[in-house]
Design a protein around this ligand. Structure first.
Ligand SMILES: Cc1cc2nc3c(=O)[nH]c(=O)nc-3n(C[C@H](O)[C@H](O)[C@H](O)COP(=O)(O)O)c2cc1C
Length: 190
């Protein structure tokens, strides 16, 4: 698949079939993450592959509590209606954790370095793209509280759960979303 085609066609899926992801495809997704660029090539990530149903159910329950908090703070209607069923439904969730100590030169100019998180996000995007090219669906998921997820997954407290990649065969079609035109996001100097 052409890279630009994959970039444009990838969509977020919030509903998944009860169908496992083939091991070769899962390995390809992890491999795409491994080859992401990272600050000073520090590769500050760990990819935690979650297939266990009980753990997925516990994540869903924890995230439901988090959604409640977000709703109370924001009052946003969509938050109260947002279903987290996909966390139990999807066959695989990959938690991408990053080590804030492995953040490169920005630790000397920022209070909290960002290089480690940028690197993890590059890995996450690689995973989304290869998954799409392999006929899988994904969701970039961040509606969780770090401490709660670290407790459930037994992740050392010094690490940051940067994002989760929900992975599986999609059920149904994705919401059709648009992008703003380039003119609204580009300015040229010179
Ligand atoms: C940093 C980041 C965090 C996101 N977190 C969530 C999330 O927690 N839940 C969710 O349903 N979608 C999440 N998304 C997906 C976006 O909603 C989605 O990418 C956007 O609406 C555009 O749709 P598309 O991915 O189908 O092009 C996230 C995306 C990014 C880049």
């Amino acid at each position: 698949m052409e890279v630009l085609q994959a970039i444009k066609e990838r969509r977020s899926y919030r509903s998944y079939l009860d169908r496992p992801v083939e091991e070769e495809k899962l390995q390809a997704v992890l491999e795409a993450g491994r080859w992401a660029p990272s600050v000073m090539n520090l590769q500050p990530w760990r990819f935690i592959v979650i297939k266990d149903q009980d753990i997925k159910d516990r994540l869903k329950k924890s995230c439901q509590e988090t959604l409640q908090k977000i709703y109370q703070a924001s009052g946003w209607g969509w938050v109260s209606r947002f279903s987290l069923e996909f966390l139990s439904q999807a066959p695989v969730i990959i938690a991408v954790t990053g080590d804030p100590q492995k953040t490169g030169a920005d630790q000397f100019i920022l209070e909290t370095g960002r290089g480690y998180a940028f690197s993890c996000c590059a890995a996450v995007q690689n995973m989304h793209l290869i998954a799409h090219a392999l006929g899988l669906g994904t969701l970039w998921f961040t509606l969780y509280e770090n401490d709660k997820v670290k407790g459930i997954l037994d992740i050392p407290k010094e690490l940051d759960v940067v994002s989760m990649v929900v992975l599986g065969y999609p059920a149904g079609t994705a919401a059709q979303v648009k992008r703003k035109p380039l003119e609204e996001m580009v300015s040229v100097i010179g």
